[in-house]
Design a protein around this ligand. Structure first.
Ligand SMILES: [Zn+2]
Length: 81
């Protein structure tokens, strides 16, 4: 089991304020992920809007931010099984 925590920084899709978030990645497929992207839902601490972010698992760089549906309790990383 490999685990890592990525520190993500991006701008809110709604209020455009900066957000810093930690995303916990884990899973047996992690070794195959360095060139992969994953999506996470993170709620903006400033305006409360949910953002869907896409980030590079290898570098932790956020490549896309878009408004997400509400009612998302915490960041999630999809399984690649
Ligand atoms: Zn916001």
């Amino acid at each position: 089991m490999h685990e890592c925590i990525l520190e993500l920084c991006f701008s809110c899709a709604d209020c455009d304020d900066s957000i810093g978030a930690s995303v916990h990645c884990s899973g047996k497929g992690m070794k195959d992920w360095p060139r992969s992207y994953a999506a996470a839902h993170i709620r903006c601490p400033h305006c409360g809007s949910a953002n869907k972010i896409v980030f590079n698992i290898g570098s932790g760089q956020v490549v896309d931010v878009s408004p997400a549906e509400d009612l998302i309790p915490r960041a999630t990383v999809p399984s690649r099984n």
